[in-house]
Design a protein around this ligand. Sequence first.
Ligand SMILES: *[C@@H]1O[C@H](CO)[C@@H](O)[C@H](O)[C@H]1NC(C)=O
Ligand SMILES: *[C@@H]1O[C@H](CO)[C@@H](O)[C@H](O)[C@H]1NC(C)=O
Length: 364
Amino acid sequence: MQVAMRRPWGAGTGLRAALGAAAAELLGGAGGREGGGRGGASGVETLNASGVLDNTYIIYSSDNGYHVGTHRFGAGKVLPYEEDLRVPFLIRGPGIKASKSTKPTNTKVGLHVDFAPTILTLAGAGGQLGDKALDGTPLGLAASDDGTLRADYPRPQHHRNQFQAEFWGSWIDELLHHLPGYVNNTWKAVRVYDEERNGWKYIYSCTGSKEIYDLKKDPGELNNMYDTAPMNVRTRLEALLAVLAVCRGDTCTNPWKVLHPGGEVQSWSDAIKSKYDDVYARIKPFKFVACLGYQDLSNEMSEYRVVNPASISQVRHLASVDAVHIPVTLEAPVERFAVPVPKDVLDSDVARWYEVAEVKYHFA
Ligand SMILES: *[C@@H]1O[C@H](CO)[C@@H](O)[C@H](O)[C@H]1NC(C)=O
Ligand SMILES: *[C@@H]1O[C@H](CO)[C@@H](O)[C@H](O)[C@H]1NC(C)=O
């Protein structure tokens, strides 16, 4: 997630339309509502009338993004592509500057792990966290002019410009259950977002497949540049994954201090300089030993891991046990980049599948 997105889904349709009526109803305060609502008081008006609005934060976000049909996959949320990774984030409350546009207040990377430190710090409990208590960092919020954002709300020195995303195991196609689903879908990805200049993503799958996308030139992630990306880009991305795959506390926010303990590199644009080529050439890329359907730390090899990994034969044994116990997971065929669309799918009535899917598939 980014702190308000650079390019919200449905750009041009307006923030409220993009968020849906429920969020608009919740967030819309006096003078801020658009016509056509249900006519009742908004959440904000109710809080105001109860006298607690100036002591309340309202946060709107979601747990994951979603893709339907992109990248030749059916429907789901378990892939490393932007559609699945991005979620909206809006916050309203004391000390936070109001924004009237769909433009984000900043384009820094924010993550779900930042929610807890953000909320605790806004609530005045930030000081109790200590430096390394949580993997996240308070989000970079824009302070309002009245100066009511807590003075101790940190303005992080190292704004995170890179992060890791990951998934383990398999998942069904969420709409068309007869499609193969996502088999051996254990992957880790690093996404670097360096202000307006660079945007790279590196995806490494347990199947051995590797992808690099230039998110600036190819925001749709259609052109895998793993073999053609400049070597300095590739080695930096692989090194970042080796650190972020095993990071803890502030090394998740600032992996550069692990890669350059001397502190001479603080950002992607520092690290990319050719004088560090030798440093990066020596770092072994992160590796999965096998495709397991779950996370097992001994299956995840990074030279920055502190614990000793199990032997490779032990992990291979685990993989074969897994294959016995979860046959569906490991035996279904998949062509990762080219799921053919079956003829009956092309010919059928999409609305009807949707009904069937909704009936058959609900989370308890
Ligand atoms: C809160 O209520 C006061 C008094 O009615 C009103 O002046 C103010 O505009 C309201 N604020 C919001 C955000 O609804
Ligand atoms: C999934 O991974 C397992 C374990 O590594 C392997 O035996 C199997 O062939 C893989 N299946 C597919 C469809 O890639």
